[in-house]
Design a protein around this ligand. Sequence first.
Ligand SMILES: CC(C)(COP(=O)(O)OP(=O)(O)OC[C@H]1O[C@@H](n2cnc3c(N)ncnc32)[C@H](O)[C@@H]1OP(=O)(O)O)[C@@H](O)C(=O)NCCC(=O)NCCS
Length: 150
Amino acid sequence: MKTSNYTLKLISPEESYKVRHPVLRPGRPFETCIFDGDTLESTFHFGVFLNNELLGICSFFKNNHKNLDYNTQYQLRGMAILNYQQGKGLGKLVLNFAENHIKSLGIKIVWCNAREVATKFYVKNDYSIFGEPFNIEGIGTHYAMFKVLN
Ligand SMILES: CC(C)(COP(=O)(O)OP(=O)(O)OC[C@H]1O[C@@H](n2cnc3c(N)ncnc32)[C@H](O)[C@@H]1OP(=O)(O)O)[C@@H](O)C(=O)NCCC(=O)NCCS
């Protein structure tokens, strides 16, 4: 799909690592950006491109949260935009594209473990916090957030 000059599409796990590693695991071993389930058929990776350059990514994993009472849910992970491209609406663009794809599969509920600094971004994209904040070793405070795909 083309939105103005940006192209949005499904990408491979390997492509997503090109943004995941520098943005989400900077200075850490490359393997730390590989997530369990990345290569499952039920997992989807999405990218936003400008002139064939990948600028931002997100991934959705089929995974139910223990505190959410819905049949099939997807978990958003690896939401990242290259540092110099942040704050220009690209996060919203790739996230909306990904959510529409997940919704087209008949999925109604998506959730994520959001870094504290990113909660405002998710609230702006209609996610709500549930439960108590918690710590992820080496990364910091996180909030569980969910969204009903209408
Ligand atoms: C969080 C992130 C994915 C948002 O993507 P983005 O393209 O920068 O965001 P958008 O331009 O679509 O939306 C901007 C809003 O996001 C929020 N935001 C959160 N972190 C931000 C950041 N580092 N830079 C800019 N905006 C950020 C702000 O509320 C901003 O709205 P405002 O300008 O009115 O304050 C991106 O900034 C990023 O990759 N950050 C570093 C990695 C990260 O924290 N990922 C989330 C892990 S849970």
